[in-house]
Design a protein around this ligand. Sequence first.
Ligand SMILES: O=C(O)CCC(=O)C(=O)O
Ligand SMILES: [Fe+2]
Length: 428
Amino acid sequence: MVNQDPVVVRWDSGKPEANQTLRANLPVADEQASQDAFAQLLAACQPATFGKGGEKVLEESYRKAGKMDASQFSTNFNPYEHGIIDTLAQALVRGEYYPGIRAELYNLNIYSGPSGKFKPHVDTPLSKDQMGSLVVCLPYAYMGGRLAVRHAGREVFFNWATETPTTIEWAAFFSDCEHEVYEVTSGHRLMLTYNLYWANPGPTNMADDLDAINPSSIYFFDALHDLINCPQFLPTGGRLGFTCTHAYPHATNSSARNENIHRTLKGVDMLVYQALKRLTNSVQVTSVLDDEEYQYQQHIWESDDDEEGDDGTNDGEEDEDIATCQTTVYVQKSLATARPVLHHEDLRHYERYPDPAAFTNFQRQKVMWLNWAPDHTYPRELAAAFIAYGNEPTLKAYYSTLGNHCRTQARVGMSDTNSGCVQTFRAH
Ligand SMILES: O=C(O)CCC(=O)C(=O)O
Ligand SMILES: [Fe+2]
């Protein structure tokens, strides 16, 4: 990456009586003062040891480098600012669970030519959460000094040697990767090293820890509490939904299977999730399909039905469904394994099918939206494409609102006689 401003390294002079902080800029400017400051930095480094049989040993045939512990210096270089840690969190993500990555500055190492090097080794994890290392090469001229990283019979090289240093280069690898710094033939190879740890992203705590925020400090919580406990509100039970206000990726195979999607909710979506969890103890995040076309088609058949007059009556129940109940299709199971939404001819059958669950993974539910039903103004992802057979086969597609939707189901006993209130919280 190109760094606009110089990287500044500050360190103590090492003479307590002088109480002086020294400073070097990288790249090093041509003028004498800058060159002198850099020479002082080199001089302030200690020979770097390495771990052998539980001991720190100094053996130049194995490791020849200078080092300064993180406790002895500071720098304005911040790998978070440059997006390195975000990139790592995405690139090194661990399977079903999506933790963040935390980087801790460890050392400044200087491999100087000729013969600065570090023979093959793996970095010793300092704790069980440590998952890797990040090395950042600061702009200074050197030759040689390739970094090799090896794993499972594969090897990759990072060669950042240059006579005209302008960029900052970095590499990161898991703790179980063997790596090696080949000999630096000339110049100085300056490296900031960081230990990388798995870290739960902030929202994880909120999704699981209901006490993370005092609920009564949130206006919404009290309002929702009153609403749910109001005897006139959904007296025979119902389902509540909340359309998330942020977008979350959700329709790809991996994300659709993510059982921890609720932990990634942001802002008001997380607050609403928390409130519903606290008040109903049955919240689910789910994808919600765009139902507009379904509703339109349903309306058409019902009009047809009316015209045909199956039984000569129209009790208006279905119309009411369309006109007044904000009904939608939501995805109950993983989108990745879901069957396509059925064509309207089949849906008609499906609506009367004795066991809809056996028929499709998509279920239509009446939902009382706490905010609003999702519509085309929300970012959406393609959820299912399928061939629809009408007069002519056409390709149809269903979209789920882009991001993840939350479904809250809760049964709140409202009186002895009612069946409880099923609530659906939905967000994206
Ligand atoms: O400088 C490098 O590229 C790697 C350094 C290294 O392996 C270490 O500090 O443990
Ligand atoms: Fe290492």
